[in-house]
Design a protein around this ligand. Structure first.
Ligand SMILES: [Zn+2]
Length: 381
């Protein structure tokens, strides 16, 4: 493995440990056919350090050899109405702002091709997507999906818009990819970059986003520093999706090395370990108390956050775990080996509390529970 001694965003040497979260399943998005294999899933260590220069957080114990993305990886959020609305608005905004009509759009990390398909439809565009997790034979009108990684130096046809969403935080050397893109980018091309927000992740509403596949936790400041350093000029950069993401629109330009003051972000990050510990203890208490009353706590959301929460609070895999994505029903989650059930199955159980891992979906979930006749407290974790 390659231990990281310098900051992946600014290249500085001032990394300082902030939270050692122990081991966690390497692929929180993986689904298994049986409980035993799910419990035997590969684990890796999460040892987070923060850069004293730009506030970037990274897992210094990350071992890229442990992470393998293949077709069994499903990180799709497209079954949620709330998320779909965000994506629809983003597609419409990009098409209008940059007149992306009849153009070529490239996406690095295109997943199953949902976003690229939407932007192809919205503007009559041609799309090319790169992602090792797309199933061979997947066809989307106007879109060519390459079942592979996009690697620094790879040649790509002329493009007008390049989209790179939720990719940089997975890379062991994001600067390498960005520098290569900046060097070969068509002059007028816009690049839309989106990553999870460390301000949210380490702030009061986020606790469960530290997952093994994320090497990096970008703040607005550390993403800005990285993009500028790699030769991009910033068109816009800010928080999106209810503050949970950072979105940047950039074009290739001069490379500059500047860091903004990161002291406030560094202070927030330094409080994280204690809050995480306290929350785990509180939820373990809630699960035990509920069990004593003959009831159960259910968890809603079998995505990365849910898996992370479940493995911290319920490592034995006892709690019912709901997801609205039918592709996950009847399958098992890595670590505790929780079986994913459909929302309707909750009606058959005595549920005291539904733990929602993402506050954005709270109202949507409360509505579904009311429709099912499940009378439980809905609590955001
Ligand atoms: Zn840094």
């Amino acid at each position: 493995m390659t231990a990281q001694l310098s900051c992946l965003a600014c290249g500085g040497q001032g990394l300082k440990g902030v939270a050692d979260l122990g081991t966690s399943p390497v692929l929180t998005g993986a689904l298994f056919d049986d409980r035993d294999s799910a419990r035997r899933a590969v684990h890796g260590r999460l040892d987070l350090a923060c850069c004293g220069d730009c506030g970037h957080v990274q897992n210094v114990a990350f071992d890229p050899a442990l992470v393998e993305y293949d077709v069994s990886y499903d990180n799709s959020l497209h079954f949620s109405g709330t998320f779909q609305q965000y994506v629809d608005e983003l597609v419409a905004r990009l098409v209008d702002k940059y007149d992306v009509r009849g153009r070529h759009v490239v996406e690095i990390g295109s997943g199953k091709g949902d976003f690229l398909g939407a932007i192809a439809r919205a503007g009559g565009n041609a799309g090319t997507g790169y992602d090792p997790t797309v199933a061979p034979g997947t066809t989307i009108p106007g879109v060519r999906l390459v079942q592979d990684y996009f690697r620094p130096g790879d040649q790509v046809d002329h493009y007008d818009l390049l989209v790179c969403r939720h990719v940089l935080e997975h890379l062991n050397d994001p600067a390498n990819l960005l520098r290569s893109l900046a060097r070969s980018a068509p002059a007028a091309a816009v690049h839309y970059v989106e990553v999870p927000s460390a301000e949210f992740n380490f702030g009061p509403d986020g606790l469960w986003d530290c997952i093994y596949p994320h090497v990096s936790y970008f703040s607005a400041g550390s993403l800005l520093t990285l993009l500028r350093r790699c030769g991009f000029e910033i068109e816009s950069l800010g928080r999106s999706f209810h503050g949970q993401f950072i979105s940047a629109e950039v074009r290739a330009g001069e490379s500059v090395d500047i860091r903004d003051d990161a002291s406030e972000h560094i202070r927030v990050v330094s409080e994280f370990a204690r809050r995480h510990r306290e929350s785990v203890a509180r939820w373990r208490g809630e699960v035990a108390a509920s069990g004593q009353r003959g009831q159960t706590v259910a968890v809603w959301g079998a995505g990365s956050k849910g898996v992370n929460f479940l493995n911290a609070v319920d490592p034995d895999g006892m709690l019912p775990t709901v997801d609205i994505n039918p592709r996950k029903w009847g399958r098992f989650l890595p670590g505790g080996g929780h079986r994913v059930i459909a929302p309707g199955e909750l009606a058959e159980r005595d549920v005291s509390t539904v733990a929602v891992t993402n506050p954005v979906y709270r109202d949507e979930i409360a509505g579904t529970l009311a429709d099912l006749g499940v009378d439980a407290r809905v609590v955001t974790v």
